[in-house]
Design a protein around this ligand. Structure first.
Ligand code: ASP
Length: 472
């Protein structure tokens, strides 16, 4: 005999937001008890689900007696219009209530370790992160995480409309010179050898251009072993893009359109469109920095987002020890043919400009990218300036140099650190407020205890010996 699920589900769940459409009907609700009020013979429970909150009225009974805040319940009852004087027009379900006929407790709850109905900024962050799954119940965090999801969905929608292909790149990869410390993962099969977690998909996305995709994107995780700060974390997410046969203006226009589309989808207000473009040297003269906030106090108050592009960055800068380092990305191309000659000859290094562009919003760098070189001799020359010898270049980058010799189109890309953008849009102070399970300010995981020690058998299998007793 064939049966269908719809015949088995005899009473479908109603979401709280839909209950006002069902006056006079019997419905079933499932959710959390937000508050409980005892009024003699009657007990009022406010029941919350992902769509809202609703008032449920019980006759006092031994079933409802033990129920407390944050218990998970299933309730059957009739939707009734409240008398006019009892209506609460502040909430969408405030004109009705549920007269309960049945209660099932699906899960009991201990008292919460902290209030979850307040914004919660005042609560110790370590404690919030220890119980992140409860902290996330607060309306502010529900809103932040849902806004993040809506932003990513909008960006995906935009990029799909422009025929971008979403491609995942490996998490276990090779150490790269992206300017930060790598997180490393020991290999069991090759003892003494290590993978690195990606600081960005930079090289893979360039190789996807060699592979002929022309338009790549990924909501990518970038993992960097930096000291945690408000606008930096070990892990952050970026909308990562790479395109072939494009100019710097093409990539900037694409990123700008995507940002406007996605920001406006989530209700953001943008101060100036199209985004103004300023050179690095003008920005330094005008603002004394390459990240700046041009908003007036009133515009800040109104939650305006002030975007600007910064272009024409120096390719290289001198480190303290006198050696050259890159300012943004070693894979970039220089500004023009003349500068390419300088780069190949290793002269006028301080005058070489990279085809790099950064997007600034409200004083934060929210995206950055460049047109890359697709020539192996130019890339080699860059690494020579950075102090690599032939052998090191061969060991670390032979795969890129080789790929460039098999027909790699001119290409460029950009990565948007949308968590920073959302942090400023949502008027939050730290990236952590828009991440579900961020690392703590002390560099530990939320909820789970990590980093943590490995068992002796795991260490043995990896052939790793711990010299010092680890710090607690
Ligand atoms: N890989 C760069 C970054 O992560 C972005 C880019 O140049 O596309 O900052």
């Amino acid at each position: 005999m064939i049966s269908f699920l719809k015949d088995i589900l005899f009473m479908q769940r109603t979401y709280t937001k839909d209950a006002p459409l069902k006056i006079g009907e019997a419905i079933k609700l499932q959710g959390w008890v937000q508050t409980r009020r005892d009024h003699g013979k009657l007990v009022f429970l406010d029941v919350r689900d992902r769509t809202g909150i609703i008032q449920v009225v019980f006759k006092a009974s031994k079933e409802v007696e033990p129920v407390r805040s944050e218990w998970v319940v299933e309730i059957e009852g009739e939707v009734k219009e409240r008398p006019k004087s009892m209506q609460n027009l502040q909430i969408p379900t405030g004109t009705i209530e549920i007269s309960a006929s049945k209660l099932a407790v699906l899960s009991e709850a201990e008292p919460m370790p902290f209030p979850i109905d307040t914004p919660g900024h005042d609560i110790d962050e370590e404690l919030r992160l220890k119980y992140r799954y409860l902290d996330l119940r607060r309306p502010r965090m529900q809103k932040n995480i849902k806004t993040r999801s809506a932003y990513i969905t909008a960006a995906r929608e935009y990029l799909a409309s422009k025929e971008f292909v979403e491609i995942e790149t490996p998490m276990l990869t090779k150490s790269t010179p992206e300017g930060s410390r790598d997180f490393v993962v020991p290999s069991r099969i090759y003892p003494g050898k290590f993978f690195a977690l990606p600081q960005s998909p930079q090289q893979y996305k360039q190789l996807l251009m060699t592979a002929g995709f022309e338009r790549y994107f990924q909501v990518a995780r970038a993992i960097r072993d930096e000291d945690p700060r408000a606008d930096r974390a070990f892990e952050h997410s970026q909308i990562d893009i790479e395109m072939s046969f494009v100019t710097k203006e093409d990539v900037m226009a694409l990123m700008e359109e995507m940002t406007i589309f996605a920001i406006e989808k989530i209700g953001g207000k943008i101060l100036q469109k199209p985004f103004p473009v300023i050179t690095y040297s003008d920005a330094m003269k005008k603002y004394g920095a390459d990240k700046f906030d041009v908003r007036t106090d009133k515009e800040k108050e109104e939650g305006m987002l002030a975007f600007a592009w910064v272009v024409d960055f120096p390719f290289f800068k001198k480190k303290k020890e006198g050696k050259w380092t890159f300012t943004h990305n070693p894979f970039s191309a220089p500004l023009n043919d003349e500068q390419e000659q300088w780069l190949l000859a290793g002269k006028n290094i301080e005058k070489i400009t990279a085809l790099q562009y950064d997007l600034v919003c409200n004083g934060l760098e929210v995206a950055g990218g460049s047109i890359r070189t697709n020539r192996s001799d130019v890339l080699k020359a860059t690494f020579k300036i950075l102090g690599y010898n032939e052998e090191e270049i061969e060991n670390e980058f032979s795969h890129m140099l080789e790929a460039f010799d098999y027909g790699t189109p001119p290409h460029g890309g950009c990565a948007q650190g949308f968590e920073r953008l959302l942090t400023t849009f949502l008027k939050e102070e730290t990236l952590r407020e828009v991440q579900a399970f961020p690392q703590t300010g002390q560099g530990r995981t939320s909820v789970m205890e990590a980093p943590s020690e490995l068992s002796p058998s795991q260490l043995k299998e990896l052939q790793i010996e711990i010299k010092k007793t680890p710090k607690k």
